[in-house]
Design a protein around this ligand. Structure first.
Ligand code: CU
Length: 491
């Protein structure tokens, strides 16, 4: 079996969608090991600019992009090999570009809350850093959008990063990047769709009582349910289902799918009729127990790398389980060589997701445990829900660290969710190891985002090994923008 590791640019363009890669600006070699001089060309140029993006014929949106395209160009790096990136901002608004999932310093990370300088409006920043850890990462705008549904991750500012590992987590013949995204957002007060896919399904009675009591009291005071965000357009690799190039495969191939959920707010599912996904990495990190599943569930900002054995010739829809979202574009056609006909979709049987099936072993005991309680104040901020961590909503004015860590220590974060929403929580500049999901112990699954179910408890461990202010937040844009953030500092 061939192993595709080092592709030239032409081969790579053939393998991935033209949309995703059309204006990637990779220099052929890494030019800058020591020099920071501006007269030396950067390895990558990213330009933040407003552009029209065609999602389907006749369906054009105006949004802010990287390099006039969505997704932003694939940035391919090598673990440990320094990279220099010039980021130009052609808009009227200072921006932050976050290198999601990488262990970078504060001045590179791209979070104003930590102290990263802004990329000035009509200005630029050159950054230089040593990429890592290896695997599927991404980059995206890290602005607070608030009620501006054109800013932050509501825009098209997101693109994949692949950091070449020292060893690949699986053998494959073909590599395909799949970026999931919605556009044309609008506010609604319908409440979140109930999502019952997380396993274990065990909820905590105390959390449930806390959340339900608070919600009942709010509604009794005459408040309506807080705002949620819905979308009109859905796409994979920037094209609505049926409008883009199909993923072309051959019978017998093992295809590595690198899936990124670049949504601002949504949790996505993905299935391919008659095929299974062998999950080999989560958030770019190889899992200790690769397992085949019929459906991928991917929280906001999560990534899944899975191998699909192409052993059922035909023309299929790789798409979201949600009928409505799929019919509004959330899918892409997978076409076997020689197969013809209309793309077919079949609803899969099972659709649950349990992180612990990918784990193995027992996690070491932590040096210290940090308790976090997440609560919702329904519609408290002009109709938007306010979110608190241990009773505190994050303030951009104060920016006071809520948690303090010491370098070298292993911390267990015990998160308790007193709301019925699922929260994809994210820790910047560090990776963490899942140690308990809704009462079930686990180990070995290393991530940087984890979905915490409604009225559930999740624990993860992280080692404080990257000094500097570190942002922790829910990656649901509506939640992070309205309080659901906290800072760690090193003391
Ligand atoms: Cu959240």
């Amino acid at each position: 079996m061939n192993r595709i590791r080092f592709l030239d640019r032409r081969e790579f363009l053939q393998l991935s969608t033209a949309t995703a890669l059309a204006s990637a600006t990779a220099a052929p070699t890494c030019l800058l090991a020591q020099s920071q001089s501006r007269d030396v060309k950067a390895d990558y140029n990213l330009r933040i600019r407003r552009t029209n993006v065609e999602l389907a014929p006749g369906h054009v949106i105006s949004t802010t992009t990287y390099n006039d395209q969505f997704p932003g160009p694939l940035i391919r790096l090598t673990e440990g090999k320094r990279v220099t990136v010039d980021i130009f901002n052609d808009t009227d608004v200072p921006e932050q570009l976050h290198w999601h999932g990488q262990t970078v310093p504060v001045d590179v990370d791209g979070a104003a809350e930590e102290g990263t300088p802004y990329i000035p409006a009509h200005g630029m920043r050159r950054i230089s850093y040593v990429p890592g850890p290896s695997g599927l990462r991404f980059y995206h705008s890290h602005l607070i959008a608030g009620s501006d549904l054109g800013a932050g991750l509501y825009s098209a500012q997101a693109g994949p990063v692949y950091i070449e590992p020292r060893r690949e987590p699986g053998q494959f013949d073909r590599e395909v990047f799949v970026v999931l995204k919605e556009f044309a957002p609008k506010l609604s007060r319908g409440g979140d769709m109930a999502m019952d896919f997380l396993r274990p399904a065990t909820t905590d009675e105390t959390l449930k009582k806390t959340g339900e009591t608070a919600m009942a009291a709010s509604l009794e005071r005459g408040m309506r349910h807080g705002y949620e965000v819905g979308y009109e357009a859905f796409c994979i690799n920037g094209r609505m289902l049926g409008s883009g190039e199909p993923i072309k495969v051959k019978q017998g191939e093992r295809v590595m799918l690198h899936v990124l959920n670049a949504s601002a707010t949504e949790i996505r599912s993905l299935a391919l009729p008659w095929h299974t996904f062998t999950v080999v990495a989560l958030d770019g990190n190889p899992v200790p127990n690769p397992t085949a599943v019929p459906v991928l569930w991917i929280g906001t900002a999560e990534r899944v790398s899975a191998i699909v054995e192409m052993n059922r010739p035909g023309v299929w829809v790789l798409g979201d389980l949600d009928e409505d979202d799929r019919s509004h574009g959330m899918g892409i056609v997978v076409e076997y060589a020689g197969a013809m006909g209309k793309p077919r979709w079949l609803k899969p049987k099972s659709s649950t997701w349990d992180y612990t099936v990918f784990g193995k072993g027992t996690a070491p005991a932590p040096d210290e445990t940090i308790d976090m309680l997440f609560e919702k104040n329904n519609a408290a901020l002009k109709g938007f829900n306010q979110w608190t961590i241990n009773g505190t909503a994050f303030s951009m004015q104060k920016m006071a660290p809520l948690f303090h860590v010491r370098k070298g220590r292993r911390y267990r974060v015990r998160m308790r969710n007193a709301s019925d929403d699922i929260h994809p929580v994210h820790l910047h500049r560090h990776s963490f190891e899942l140690t308990r999901i809704a009462g079930r112990a686990t180990a070995g699954v290393v991530k940087d985002v984890v979905m915490l179910g409604g009225y559930q408890e999740v624990e993860f461990d992280f080692v404080a090994d990257n000094p500097g202010r570190t942002l922790f937040h829910c990656h649901q844009q509506l939640h992070m923008d309205f309080g659901f953030m906290a800072l760690f500092d090193y003391v």
